[in-house]
Design a protein around this ligand. Structure first.
Ligand code: NAI
Ligand code: HPV
Length: 635
């Protein structure tokens, strides 16, 4: 990318905990003491002295002197240390290796660490030895480290200030990037124009408090200074908002990716969500939160919605699509949990366990077989033969049930299951009816008074699908009238927002009715699976544009990454957009390395990989292509 930035400042970077993730002397002690009983104790002492020197509670020179005294290292340990440090280069520094290679002439490493290990590590980034300012060790004849050169200014208190004075960088502003108080002191002494507290590896409150800017990554430093960077946008600027008690694994994965994450335990209603959605790039919800057109209207930065569940009826999918917002769910992660719950419910109702258990709690011993039956040989009617319905079909046959199913779509018939041509045909025959349709609006009151009347006297009904699928008043009537033998309901037309809100329903208090608080998918296994699956899809989409398994954007499966810049473009599906994009690229002589397009009736999604040479004018022109909904440069 052409550099349109103002003249480059000098960038003075600290080494330990800034250029690398670790403190090298701590690591050296760890290496040198391998296999020795005192290892843990000595390393801890050294670490404490390092921290004291960094936050200013011990004078720097004393911290250094005492650390070296404690350090039983030899010359050969330094080779091991360098190999180790090469694997510990800070992620965002490594990611921007190309920046260093190109602008190495403006970068200085000024460190109170030691030249012997810094030079080889930064050399890979194009930084030459003369731009490394650091201490040097002294060794005895056997190669043992005995101390350091006391004349080196960096071994003394205020050393970095003295070193900067000696360097005389006065023809351009100096920006200092570091995690320690000694880095800030350069700015305090007037030798730098700005001090950036670098917090990717460690954030020291005393240092952060003094900073001109706090940068959680090197990408952020480059972005703020309009310098060329590998990513088009710093990940630390991506904000994720996670609602409804999503398993903490998701928060961890997003944080590891460098995003800011905000977690809200319960659900949010529309007004509450409206108040929080601005600036959010990734919204994580479960089945309750309604992502309405009004919410989308306000969602000025939303890139992806993660439904950390199966159902997506709570999301305005079309609205998301028309705004180029990708929606991902976890289509199989809690399937088995719902199936197991349904099987348990069938047996529980068949044995009238809700009644028996409630009586026992009241001290009533009613040993009788009245109304209790085995499920073996009984007919199970599955309405909705999708992932859950068909898996339940297999499990129910395994315990001896005869399975009937009804689905509006043609489905593979599993085992000995019998397909019904109409819902009525199923309802008339089944001893147990279980609902596993999705929550599309047309399924509202799929089961109402008329359908309940078709069911066999004494039959059981299970609803683990969505609350609006059953007319709950009609169900209560059918149960009160004794027409049905029992029911098990996990989902309700209105569900409390949090665990603090009471539950109201006409089904409360009815005999042989099992009520559960929408826990069909609430198992440890399912929640963990979901919390891995959905973030992986979203992070993949943000990083590569991969929409495979998105529920609303055209699915593009990408070939392995090429050495290219990737441009992703979502547009209204009208003729000529692709041609327009390609004309812009051709007019700027940008070479297309690969291009992938998929459309649906509403939108088109095109991913274009181009060679590395392009400028901001191309980007501007591509943003202006008519019918563009969203345009992003990925890298
Ligand atoms: N209680 C809970 O905690 C959970 C509830 N669910 C609910 O279960 C639903 C089903 O999940 P999956 O099986 O994974 O979905 P799926 O999409 O694989 O299956 C749904 C099936 O229902 C069929 N269908 C839709 N409307 C129908 C109708 N009117 N009559 C007959 N068939 C109809 C579809 O053709 C499809 O085969 C989800 O959409 C969700 O609402 C899912 C997980 C947990
Ligand atoms: O997966 C689904 O669709 C569910 O209904 C489960 O939703 P939940 O994550 O428990 O709010």
């Amino acid at each position: 990318m052409a550099n349109t930035a103002p003249p480059l400042p000098y960038i003075v970077i600290d080494f330990d905990s800034t250029f690398t993730q670790v403190e090298a002397l701590d690591e050296l002690a760890d290496i040198a003491l391998r296999g020795r009983p005192e290892r843990e104790q000595v390393v801890a002492q050294i670490k404490a002295l390092t921290d004291g020197g960094m936050d200013g509670s011990v004078s720097f020179s004393e911290s250094l002197r005492r650390r070296i005294e404690l350090l039983p290292a030899r010359r050969e340990h330094l080779h091991l240390l360098v190999e180790h440090l090469r694997t510990k280069v800070t992620e965002s520094i490594r990611r921007n290796q190309a920046f260093f290679q190109q602008y190495a002439a403006r970068v200085y490493i000024v460190s109170s660490g030691f030249r012997e290990f810094i030079e080889p590590v930064v050399a890979e980034f194009g930084i030459p030895p003369e731009q490394v300012l650091a201490n040097t060790f002294t060794f005895d004849a056997e190669g043992r480290i005995t101390g350091f050169d006391p004349d080196n200014p960096l071994s003394q208190d205020g050393g970095k200030i003295r070193q900067l004075r000696l360097m005389g960088l006065d023809d351009a502003p100096v920006y200092v990037l570091g995690d320690g108080i000694t880095d800030y002191q350069i700015r305090e002494a007037g030798l730098a124009a700005r001090f950036y507290a670098f917090t990717e590896n460690v954030a020291r409150p005393a240092v952060v408090a003094q900073a001109d800017e706090v940068v959680p990554s090197f990408d952020e430093f480059l972005y703020q200074n309009k310098l060329p960077m590998t990513l088009s946008y710093p990940k630390n600027r991506i904000r994720a908002l996670l609602l409804e008690n999503i398993d903490p694994t998701a928060e961890r994965l997003f944080r590891e990716e460098g995003y800011q994450v905000e977690v809200v335990p319960g659900g949010l209603d529309e007004e509450e969500l409206l108040a929080r959605i601005e600036g959010v790039s990734i919204l994580g919800i479960r089945s309750k939160t309604q992502v309405t057109p009004r919410v989308l209207e306000r969602a000025n930065r939303l890139v992806a919605v993660g439904a950390f569940c199966i159902g997506t009826n709570q999301i305005d999918l079309l609205g998301c699509m028309q705004r180029g917002i990708a929606v991902f769910n976890a289509p199989f992660s809690n399937t088995r949990s719902v199936v197991e719950l349904a099987l348990g419910e069938i047996i529980a109702l068949a044995r009238r366990l809700p009644v028996k258990s409630e009586q026992m709690h009241r001290g009533v011993w009613d040993k009788s077989a009245h109304g209790a039956f085995e499920i073996r040989g009984k007919k199970l009617g599955i309405v909705g033969y999708g992932n859950i319905g068909s898996q339940l079909s297999v499990v129910a046959e395994a315990v001896g049930m005869q399975v009937l199913y009804y689905d509006i779509a043609e489905k593979l018939q599993l085992g000995n299951a019998t397909k019904c041509r109409t819902l009525e045909e199923l309802l008339r025959q089944a001893d147990v009816v279980t609902l596993h349709v999705d929550g599309r609006p047309e399924n509202t009151h799929l089961i109402g008074a008329a359908e309940l009347a078709l069911m066999k006297p004494g039959a059981l009904l299970l609803n683990n699908a969505r609350g609006h699928v059953v007319d709950i008043d009609a169900l209560a009537d059918a149960l009160r009238a004794g027409h049905l033998g029992g029911a098990s309901v996990d989902v309700f037309p209105y569900e409390p927002k949090t665990n603090d809100e009471p539950f109201a329903s006409p089904l409360r208090g009815l005999p042989n009715v099992l009520l559960t608080p929408h826990v069909g998918g609430s198992t440890a296994e399912a929640q963990r699976n979901i919390a891995e699956f959905v973030p992986e899809r979203i992070i993949g989409y943000v990083n590569t544009g991969n929409t495979l398994q998105s529920v609303n954007l055209p699915n593009i499966q990408l070939p392995p990454q090429q050495q290219a810049h990737r441009l992703i473009h979502i547009h209204h599906n009208v003729p000529g957009v692709l041609a327009h994009i390609n004309n812009v690229l051709a007019a700027h002589s940008v070479n297309i390395l690969g291009q992938y397009l998929k459309t649906n009736e509403h939108i088109g999604y095109v991913i274009t990989d181009v060679n590395r040479e392009y400028d901001q004018e191309v980007i501007k022109a591509l943003r202006q292509v008519e019918q563009t909904i969203k345009f992003r440069v990925l890298y």
